[in-house]
Design a binder for this molecule. Sequence first.
Ligand code: 5RP
Length: 223
Amino acid sequence: MSLYANQDAKKQAAAKAALKHLPQGGILGVGTGSTVNFLIDLLPELELKGAVASSEATAERLKKLGIDVVDMNQVGGLDAYVDGADEIDRHLHMIKGGGAALTREKIVASIAKKFVCIVDDSKWVGQLGHDFPLPIEVIPMARSAVARKIVTLGGDPAYREGVVTDNGNVIIDVHNLNILDALELERTINDIPGVVTNGIFALNKADIAVVATDSGIEERFAE
Ligand code: 5RP
């Protein structure tokens, strides 16, 4: 038996439980995706001065609620960044980019003192990349070259047809990677010419995961 009717109810519960970890009246970094959308709907409670958005979709949703969307160049730093994940492990390393917003997500997260990850427990995994393919944002002209390099790393690259990122680039999803050392693989893939960034968030991992499980909310920290 679960406390929650479905996965969306879990996402919403994680979002609500994360509010206490976010600054009142400040400027918040806001991620992208269906879990974060539940959080955005609750943000009026925080009476923010504004928010730095990690995607055009998030910016639109913030604006609709009357929250000021601030250009990151006007901000010296952020107290907190909040986002979902496609997968997260016990080190609080994540795979992100299912919504193709990984690059701006990584940039906004990089200036925040604290990364709050909000997920339902289906995202909690023993090993990253086992089920969810690793997204990589790539400059369009380098698509095939990057895919060939990925094959030499043991992955099976698939071009995400019809998707153009907010930065005008394309996404390659890499299946069957054995991600034993997330820190090293994040660096290795980012070093391939043509890669803008990859969806491993290990160099800058989450500081706290707010996880909605069948029996309620759990706050998890890196082991
Ligand atoms: C978007 C992301 C999202 O955080 C990730 O895909 C999780 O999305 P959702 O909350 O809809 O499951 O990385 O690029």
